[in-house]
Design a protein around this ligand. Structure first.
Ligand SMILES: [Zn+2]
Length: 185
């Protein structure tokens, strides 16, 4: 039985997420999620995406929608939950790769560390670390869950990367390699 990876492209529907420097978060998240899903499927994993288009599955109520993302992963029996997001800050100088888990010290953090090693090694992003956060998708999913923040769209340099299809492909490849370092297909 192949490992089942649920990929949640953050935002979508009525919620574009963060916007700045010509970058729209929901679009970056969706593109990286789709690319990641393709790479993982090719490697032999079972993959489910919450949304494969801007609006697919997204509920108009934000809280209900977040709950729906975790429910879908739970109902499917996912082994791992990966949520893809793009960061924003009031400070344009903020940069780097950051991840969140519901609880430190468990398997989610170990997976996040594997992803961080690949991501920062390949893309040259600074590693801001893995942090505990009480996010709905992390709290309500029954399997190890990691929320990835690819980089800061509020930083002009990182915004150029986030708008680059080639960079997004490399980002998806790095996340896939981090998953592969943690769990075989
Ligand atoms: Zn987000």
């Amino acid at each position: 039985m192949a490992a089942k990876i649920f990929i949640d492209a953050g935002h979508g529907g009525p919620d574009p997420g963060a916007v700045g420097n010509g970058v729209v978060e929901e679009d970056v998240n969706l593109d990286v999620a789709r690319k990641l899903g393709g790479i993982l499927e090719e490697a032999g994993y079972e993959v489910m995406l919450y949304r494969t288009t801007q609006d697919e599955n997204v509920l108009p109520n934000k809280a209900a929608d977040l709950r729906n993302r975790a429910n879908m992963a739970n109902d499917w029996g996912a082994d791992y939950f990966i949520s893809i997001h793009t960061n924003a800050s009031t400070s344009p100088s903020a940069t780097g790769f950051e991840q969140y888990v519901y609880q430190l010290g468990g398997e989610a953090e170990a997976l996040a560390e594997d992803i961080a090693r690949q991501f920062t090694g390949r893309l040259g992003s600074s590693d801001r670390g893995v942090f505990q956060q009480n996010f709905s998708v992390l709290r309500n999913s029954n399997m190890p869950a990691v929320l990835v923040e690819l980089g800061y769209l509020t930083n002009p340099t990182e915004a150029l990367n986030l708008n680059s299809s080639a960079w997004r492909s490399a980002a998806a490849r790095a996340i896939a390699d981090g998953i592969a370092a943690h769990v075989r297909p």
